[in-house]
Design a protein around this ligand. Structure first.
Ligand code: ZN
Length: 283
């Protein structure tokens, strides 16, 4: 199953690019709010198997907007790919490194990202969207709590990240627009192997990152187990699972995003984010 948002309303979308507005097609049984679908995920999955296919219409992927607009919590993982830990000069962590992206940074798969700093960097990430409350969940049951997977960008301002005596990951990665996600939420059963997906990003068509999630240090199951033993994870919460090698800051010389760039970000089997980078206008 694939879920997207158009005009701030939840849509069920097929693999061949057709879809229905969930509230309309269910004759009001389900609310239009795309955040609400995760609270009734099991019901929606049952309904989706028998939804009225005669109401399908063609969907233009450029119309998709933010599919998870108000998660209660957004977890993000640092140094979760072996090759990225190596390029960052850190030893592979022995337990997950966790920070947050404030939910106000989330933006849609086709939205412009306006910037006003000099050292804004890209980080392609696979994003997990939770479908059931997870508390003290063993890794063997972790996937049962996942609604689906999305493409994400953990856009990062490296100067703010390194201001002061300790890293400020959460602030540096939460400026407005620094969390594009989408274009769809795809359920785990749609993948041959949801633990081994090709992902990458490009700036103006030049590939900057290209890897596979099989390079993870901590798998999705291990992350859900670890986090859910510390805090409850709620339906609709997000986990940004870390970025592979190829960020701009560790290049020689470094490369950063600038107004006019087009940032494209993809994960195999899910789709592509297309985010133009624009200059933030003074208010
Ligand atoms: Zn990241």
């Amino acid at each position: 199953m694939r879920i997207g948002s158009i005009g701030g309303r939840a849509w069920l979308v097929t693999a061949d690019g057709q879809g229905v507005d969930i509230a309309e097609a269910s004759d009001g049984r389900f609310a239009p709010d795309p955040q609400a679908v995760y609270d009734i995920w099991d019901e929606l999955r049952i309904w989706s198997a028998e939804f009225p296919v005669d109401r399908l219409v063609h969907v233009d992927p450029a119309r998709f907007d933010l599919p998870v607009p108000r998660p209660r919590q957004v977890f993000a993982i640092g140094a979760n790919y072996r090759a990225h830990a190596a390029e960052a000069g850190v030893a592979p962590p022995e337990q997950p490194v966790i920070f947050t992206k404030f939910p106000s940074c989330l933006t849609g798969p086709n939205d412009a990202v306006s910037i006003r700093h000099e050292r804004v960097d890209w980080e392609v990430e696979l994003v997990v969207v939770m479908g059931r409350k997870a508390q003290n969940v063993p890794s063997t049951a972790a996937w049962d709590h996942v609604a689906g997977l999305a493409v994400g960008q953990d856009i990062s301002e490296r100067s703010i990240q390194r201001l002061g005596p300790m890293p400020q990951f959460s602030m540096a990665k939460s400026l407005p627009g620094f969390g594009p996600i989408g274009p769809l939420i795809v359920t785990p059963d749609e993948f041959a192997d949801p633990d081994d997906l090709e992902l990458g990003c490009a700036v103006n068509g030049v590939t900057m990152q290209s890897s596979r999630t099989s390079d993870f240090i901590f798998s999705i199951s291990e992350l859900v187990e670890y986090i859910s033993h510390l805090v409850p994870i709620y339906p609709g919460d997000l986990i940004f699972t870390g970025t592979p090698e190829g960020v701009g800051a560790t290049r020689k010389p470094p490369i950063f995003l600038k107004p006019g760039d087009i940032l494209t970000t993809w994960v195999e089997g899910i789709g592509t984010l297309v985010n133009p980078i624009t200059e933030e206008q003074a208010a």
